[in-house]
Design a protein around this ligand. Sequence first.
Ligand SMILES: C[S@@+](CC[C@H](N)C(=O)[O-])C[C@H]1O[C@@H](n2cnc3c(N)ncnc32)[C@H](O)[C@@H]1O
Length: 312
Amino acid sequence: MVCLYRDNAKMTHHIPVLQDDMVNAVMTDPDGTYLDATFGRGGHARALLRQLSPKATLLVLDRDPDAYRVAIDLSREDSRVHPRRGVFSEINSILSSNRCVGLSGLMMDIGVSSPQLDDPARGFSFMRSGPLDMRMDPESGESAASWLNRVDLADLIKVLRELGDEKNARSIAKSIVNERPLSTTAELVSAINSAGSRRDPRKHSATRVFQAVRMHVNDELVELKRGIEAGFHRLADGGRIGVLTFHSIEHSVVRQKFRSLVRPELPRRLPVRGTSLGRATYVVKAKRPDAAETNKNPRSRGALLQVVERIE
Ligand SMILES: C[S@@+](CC[C@H](N)C(=O)[O-])C[C@H]1O[C@@H](n2cnc3c(N)ncnc32)[C@H](O)[C@@H]1O
């Protein structure tokens, strides 16, 4: 989800999570075509480029306008880089319009980046107040404020439970509804606190609610599923997809998707021979950062890397 870097001007400090594990696992052909579907500030992309030959191609995708600008800058320095602005669910059309036949590898590093999280103007932060936005692409979709100010109580409770695993979903949702209209992140924090729910001492009271609202506003689980489906089917034989996730809800979406690719459920009594079903094998089933990495980069805590390879 989160990578540690500061975004003065373009990029100063950056610690991509499980960088070598991700890059080593998806690198299958130094001359190949790759997609980094979550460019961010390009930490994983740059590490991959260092392992690729001058003949390779690296498409990089992000829905965030600031990330896209950094990708454009990188493409001016390195002609192997081809930036695209869009979302995972557009991977098929993006690859088709670039006439990409088979990907050698695909990286997805899910969630928000530190520049998004740390800039109060983007509305992801419960530490510093800003407009209640939370869109990774502020030019499309509905802001968090707009959704929170119109959603009905039952739907809000469902989102807080399903996407935030929030045990106090009902009381927090009631408090949000009572305190509407909300327009800043501080007002949302205040509504959460006035629910007076029992606190988890290891987490800020707003962590789970902000996660749930952000995931809803950006349709993150649907995007994740569509991205894996589209990406996997665009892999060449032997190509690999690596997905880095940061909390249990995302981990299990990827685990289930990968399991269904490794052991697809075939329709009963249908002849299997001759079908073109993509099949996968595990390359990395579950890799977590070690203590050295989590000490150096506390935001890597909770990260999980899963990688599969396409086999015919
Ligand atoms: C955790 S950051 C990636 C950081 C990157 N790996 C690096 O090393 O700098 C995730 C990035 O993915 C982007 N993103 C998240 N969901 C997306 C989606 N569905 N489509 C396109 N980009 C997405 C976010 O805007 C963010 O910039």
